[in-house]
Ligand binder design. Structure first.
Ligand SMILES: [Fe+2]
Ligand SMILES: [Fe+2]
Length: 286
């Protein structure tokens, strides 16, 4: 793959199906003074822009896997892929306007080179239904993260953008959930197989991709940093997310969306919601 950044084509058929357009956002209206001191927000937005733009790579993998399921592959290739790429385009445009001193393209090239090599077909789940459940978890991660950013930031352009992306991610979750249910029934997937796939993906949610994205965002600002300095900065970044999450991360939304994936009686699901909420608060951000 190429590590150069390639924007999506605005005139393509896929672009016309999106729920919003990039030119609806007035990046010139960014109030830089609202974000100037927010180091954690910088790394959050830059990391998100890197991962979203690479969607081009992992959405292509998934599209190939479901090539014989015409409705699923049409949605994956035309709607989902196009919207994820637009998230990357929009976050990149935001980063360029908000932090003009940061060399986004250079930092992204480093990220794409390191992370792109890890995105292979072999990483997909063996059962199609379990892969769909895992995709739901990823969409829960992004939907709740953008919801948290929308709720926490004072900067109006970012608030608007995070809200738009969040709504797309919630729609993606719903569509993946629909596909998951179809495959769950046809592949006869049981509770434990699903629960294992779901919680495995939850455990991975703050793993390698966010770590590598952070590393290259950090190197963009501190090109001389060695591995030990980056590791210290990564720890500090994670610690700084704790208080942010406590105030702004939508735990309730995350737990409800996760529980909706597990086949169980509605009463049990309601009963599990509150204890799981406590566990999620403890686990996700410390
Ligand atoms: Fe996205
Ligand atoms: Fe998404």
């Amino acid at each position: 793959m190429t590590s150069a950044y390639l924007s999506s084509q605005p005139g393509s058929p896929a672009a016309s199906q999106r729920h919003w357009r990039l030119d609806e956002i007035d990046f010139a209206a960014i109030r830089r003074e609202d974000i100037a001191d927010d180091e954690a927000l910088f790394y959050l937005v830059i990391s998100a822009s890197f991962v979203e733009i690479l969607a081009d790579l992992y959405t292509a993998n998934l599209g190939r896997r479901y090539a014989d399921d015409a409705p699923a592959s049409a949605w994956l290739n035309e709607q989902w892929r196009s919207e994820e790429i637009q998230h990357g385009d929009a976050l990149r445009a935001y980063a360029l306007a908000a932090w003009p001193d940061f060399d986004w393209d250079r930092a992204y090239a480093g990220f794409a080179e390191e992370y792109g090599a890890m995105c292979t077909m072999e990483q997909l789940e063996h059962y199609r239904g379990l892969e769909m459940a895992a995709r739901c978890v990823v969409e829960i991660g992004t939907a709740t993260l953008y919801n948290g950013v929308e709720r926490s930031t004072r900067e109006p352009v970012l608030r608007d953008l995070a809200g738009r992306i969040k709504r797309d991610e919630v729609r993606h979750y719903k569509q993946f959930q629909k596909l998951f249910k179809q495959y769950r029934d046809s592949e006869k997937l049981g509770f434990w197989a699903i629960a294992y796939a779901v919680f495995k993906r939850v455990a991975e949610a703050r793993g390698e991709d966010s770590n590598i994205a952070f590393k290259h965002a950090y190197l963009g600002r501190h090109p001389q940093a060695d591995a030990a300095e980056i590791a210290r900065a990564w720890d500090a970044f994670n610690r700084s997310l704790g208080p942010w999450a406590k105030s702004h991360y939508p735990y309730r939304m995350a737990v409800s969306m996760l529980l909706a994936l597990l086949p169980m009686p509605a009463l049990l699901r309601r009963g599990l919601k509150w204890p799981l909420l406590g566990v999620a608060r403890l686990m996700m951000f410390g």
